[in-house]
Design a binder for this molecule. Structure first.
Ligand code: URA
Length: 257
């Protein structure tokens, strides 16, 4: 009449513990279902990135009106002057096919700056970066990070749409980069996220593919740069969203440090 002996549950939390194994399996299951993140309650990242919610870095005095706009902390004014300087640009051949210049938009004092490749059809029409399908994905990602689109700054390597959405060519990038460089100088973000190969190559000067670059910080004039997948790639490769989510967790950590 011996009963079946019940094995005591193992609570050892080592690398190979059954608990960790089950957790890993559960995570893989959720990932395959298309979950992009597991929500964590109680973390207000906007507060953690203090000073960015109202549009200014904490060290920026609101009423300092002496000296040139960028130096006195009037980042919005400095960006406006830069936009005026660009004018109705004809510095490269992209000017012949564009409808609008897409300068970039967002918080002039943003701690976090995203840099894409160049405007697509929707962006060209609306004169705003990342407003098409890839843009919606990027906006979702920003919101899932606990931020609003208005908290960050979004720009591109080139400000005019390459015909048929081809990659921008080296002469087009060279003509446009000085303006992006000055945008970065004005905004002084705490972290730059390069979206895709074109942005990573132009900012970091590296031809290593994004699949190998991503997930590690690099340096651009003392600003940490995280390369990650372009949202358009994520639209076609849903599983890579998980990797981008991991990259963005590192970005949040960096911003909090
Ligand atoms: N892709 C980009 O790289 N930039 C945009 O603004 C839109 C789509």
């Amino acid at each position: 009449m011996g009963g079946v002996k019940q094995k005591a549950p193992q609570l050892i939390m080592g690398k190979h513990s059954p608990v960790i194994h089950k957790l890993r399996k559960a995570m893989e299951f959720y990932q395959e279902l298309g979950f992009e993140y597991l929500p964590v309650k109680g973390l207000d990242i906007r507060k953690s990135l203090s000073g960015t919610v109202d549009g200014h870095h904490p060290e920026t005095p609101a009423d300092d009106t002496s000296g040139p706009a960028a130096e006195r902390g009037d980042r919005g004014g400095a960006l406006e002057s830069l936009r005026n300087e660009i004018g109705d640009c004809i510095r490269c051949k992209l000017s012949t096919g564009r409808k609008n210049i897409v300068f970039g938009e967002g918080n002039a004092g943003a701690a976090l700056m995203f840099i894409g490749e160049g405007p697509g059809r929707d962006e060209d029409i609306q004169a705003r970066p990342f407003v098409g399908d890839a843009g919606k994905l990027l906006t979702n990602l920003i919101v899932k990070l606990g931020l609003k689109r208005e908290d960050v700054y979004i720009a591109n390597i080139v400000k005019c749409r390459p015909p048929g959405n081809r990659n921008p060519q080296p002469d087009e990038i060279s003509a446009c980069m000085p303006f992006l460089e000055r945008q970065i100088e004005i905004i002084k973000p705490g972290v730059i996220v390069c979206l895709g190969n074109v942005a990573a190559k132009a900012i970091l000067g590296s031809s290593v593919p994004i699949s190998r670059l991503r997930g590690t910080f690099y340096d651009y004039h003392d600003i940490p740069v995280m390369p990650t997948f372009h949202p358009a790639y994520l639209l076609r490769n849903s599983k890579a969203k998980w990797l981008t989510w991991e990259d963005m967790q590192k970005v949040l950590e960096q911003l909090k440090s």
